[in-house]
Design a protein around this ligand. Structure first.
Ligand code: ZN
Length: 259
């Protein structure tokens, strides 16, 4: 939401959304210093919840340095050192979106540093998987890191941006799978529904790609309409779009809906 307007909040409330869950992500440009991230974390934990509240939406967030900016190890360490200062803020659900972008050695080290913070502070984990052709390789590397740390409970991790060739791999680990909806490229509503029909509706959620690029904040409600058109029941649509995210997020004691 840091790159969206209040119109998007109004649209989401009108469509029946009750809460926004916003990951720390790449803002469309590389931030040059940890100071930039300090301000960003203030925005995510203090300013954005207030803006969302004006429209009747609960706002939750995740903290990290995202994989796209984590090539500089010095910067990554400085940013990760900031996280404990913000971790107890009311809307912070966990660490994310961490993961890999180009599957580089440094990205992998930074992923491990984040997992350490999540384990130490008992946080939920939200993971970004690469959008490039090596999504499968990146997903496998990420799952290996998470599975090798016995402190990390699989049901407290969501692996986001799954596609047809990674969803089964993720679900087999006991972790959650996130399908990120895009209007044209990557995962469209039709592909997401196909995956639900093949792999079932347990431990899976859908989210709207909602950032500085072409993206639709209402992608989830639109996909719900599409599911209705395909003949899915109201209960099943409610499970995927509403009950599942609640089931995952309420593993954090901070997650509460006002409604
Ligand atoms: Zn991502």
């Amino acid at each position: 939401m840091v790159s969206r307007t209040t119109d998007d909040y109004q649209d989401m409330v009108t469509a029946g959304c009750e809460a926004v869950c916003e990951p720390a992500f790449w803002a469309g440009y590389d931030r040059k210093s940890a100071d930039g991230f300090y301000d960003y974390f203030c925005q995510l934990t203090e300013h954005e919840p207030k803006r969302a509240a004006k429209f009747g939406l609960a706002h939750f967030c995740w903290l990290c340095i995202n994989p796209k900016e984590s090539e500089d190890m010095g910067l990554a360490k400085d940013v990760i050192d900031l996280i404990p200062k913000f971790i107890d803020k009311p809307g912070v659900l966990g660490i994310g979106e961490i993961g890999l972008n180009k599957n580089s050695r440094n990205e992998l080290k930074v992923l491990e540093m984040h997992v350490e913070v999540a384990a130490k502070y008992d946080q939920l984990i939200l993971v970004h998987t690469p959008h490039l052709e090596d999504k499968l390789k990146g997903t496998k590397l990420i799952l290996d890191v998470l599975k090798s740390d016995k402190r990390i409970k699989p049901e407290r991790v969501i692996i986001d941006h799954v596609e047809e060739h990674t969803i089964k791999l993720v679900k087999d680990t006991g972790m959650w799978a996130g399908m990120t909806l895009y209007p044209e490229s990557k995962c469209t509503p039709a592909r997401a529904i196909d995956m639900l029909e093949v792999y079932g509706t347990d431990r899976i959620w859908m989210n709207s790609a909602c950032d500085w690029g072409i993206s639709v904040p209402l992608a989830v409600p639109r996909t719900m309409l599409e599911m209705k058109k395909r003949g899915h029941t109201v209960d099943l649509i409610d499970k995927v779009a509403y009950q599942n995210p609640i089931q995952f997020m309420r593993q954090s004691p901070k997650f509460k809906l006002t409604a």
